[in-house]
Design a protein around this ligand. Structure first.
Ligand SMILES: Nc1ncnc2c1ncn2[C@@H]1O[C@H](COP(=O)(O)OP(=O)(O)O)[C@@H](O)[C@H]1O
Ligand SMILES: [Mg+2]
Length: 248
C-alpha cells in the first residue's frame, strides 16, 4: 500500500491565478482524510492533481516517495479516482461501465464479470445492472461510479463528492465502504462539502480560497451502542514546522 505526499503544491489553470496555493498534506495507508471546503475552494483541483490529471506549477506529489509524472503513471501506481462528474459512459449499461474498467485494468473477462456482479450488489444496483446509465437517477449514476472505482481495488482512492446525490441510507453505505477500503490499507482522500461526512474521516483538510489547513488530525469520538463515548482512530502527527507537510 502507498503513501500519498502532497508537498507545497501550487496549481493553476492555464495562465490564470493559482487555485491551490502551497498545499501540503500526507495521507498514509489505512487513513481516510476528508478534503472539505465550499464550492470553488479547490477540492476537485487537489484530487485531480493527486490523480495526475493536473501538473502543479510548483511543488510535488509523490506516491511512496516517487514523484508522480502524469495520469498514466498514477494509474500504473494504482491511484483510483472516482470523479465528481462520475465519468461514466452514459450510452453503456451499468454492468458494462464497471466491466470495461476492469478489463482495461487487466482482469480476465470472467473475473471482470464476477467482480462487477459483486460490486453492483454492494452498491444496491443489482436490479439496474442492464439499464443504460442515461436512464438512471443521479444517485444511481453516482453509485455506479463508486462501484466501478471500488472494483478497481486501488492502493490510493480519491473520492470526489461521492455522496452528494445519495439518500441517507446509501450515503451511510458508501461511507462504510470507504472505511473498509481504508481498513484494507488504502490511502483514502474524500472531498466533501458535507460536514457530517467529513466527520467520519480520520482527519480533515480544509480548503479556503485554495489554501489548506488541517482542521482535525484525529477521528472524532464516536458513540458506541452502549451510549458511552469512545475515542476512535489512531493518533495523528501534524506538521512540526510550517514548511513540513501535515502528516495525517
Ligand atoms: N478547468 C478549469 N479551468 C479553469 N478554472 C477552473 C477549472 N476547473 C476549476 N476551475 C476553478 O478552480 C477553482 C476551484 O475549483 P474546484 O477545484 O472545482 O473546486 P471545488 O471542487 O472545491 O468546488 C474554482 O474557482 C473554479 O472555477
Ligand atoms: Mg469539486
Amino acid at each position: 500500500m502507498r503513501t500519498v505526499s502532497v508537498d507545497r503544491v501550487t496549481v493553476a489553470y492555464g495562465d490564470g491565478e493559482p487555485v491551490l496555493r502551497d498545499v501540503s498534506v500526507v495521507v498514509e495507508p489505512g487513513r481516510m482524510v476528508a478534503v472539505s471546503g465550499r464550492s470553488g475552494a479547490g477540492k476537485t483541483t487537489l484530487l485531480s492533481t493527486i490523480a495526475g490529471l493536473l501538473r502543479p506549477i510548483e511543488g510535488t506529489v509523490t506516491i511512496d516517495g516517487e514523484p508522480l509524472r502524469d495520469r498514466d503513471d498514477a494509474v500504473a501506481r494504482r491511484v483510483v479516482l472516482i470523479p465528481q462528474d462520475n465519468g461514466l459512459a452514459t450510452f453503456l449499461t451499468v454492468r458494462e461501465n464497471v466491466e470495461v474498467a476492469l478489463l482495461a485494468n487487466g482482469h480476465t473477462p470472467s473475473d471482470a464479470r464476477r467482480l462487477t456482479v459483486e460490486w453492483l450488489e454492494r452498491l444496491g444496483l443489482s436490479a439496474q445492472r442492464d439499464q443504460l446509465v442515461e436512464e438512471l437517477s443521479g444517485g444511481q449514476q453516482q453509485r455506479t461510479a463508486i462501484a466501478r472505482g471500488l472494483a478497481l481495488h486501488g492502493d490510493v482512492l480519491l473520492a470526489d463528492e461521492v455522496t452528494s446525490e445519495l439518500d441517507a441510507a446509501s450515503r451511510q453505505n458508501v461511507l462504510d465502504l470507504l472505511r473498509k477500503e481504508a481498513e484494507r490499507g488504502v490511502a483514502v482522500v474524500f472531498a466533501t462539502h458535507d460536514p457530517d461526512a467529513a466527520a467520519v474521516c480520520d482527519a480533515e483538510l480544509s480548503l479556503v480560497d485554495g489554501r489548506a489547513t488541517l482542521v482535525r488530525t484525529e477521528r472524532a469520538p464516536a458513540e458506541d451502542p452502549s451510549g458511552t463515548v469512545q475515542a476512535a482512530g489512531a493518533g495523528a502527527r501534524v506538521a512540526r514546522d510550517d514548511s513540513a507537510p501535515g502528516d495525517v
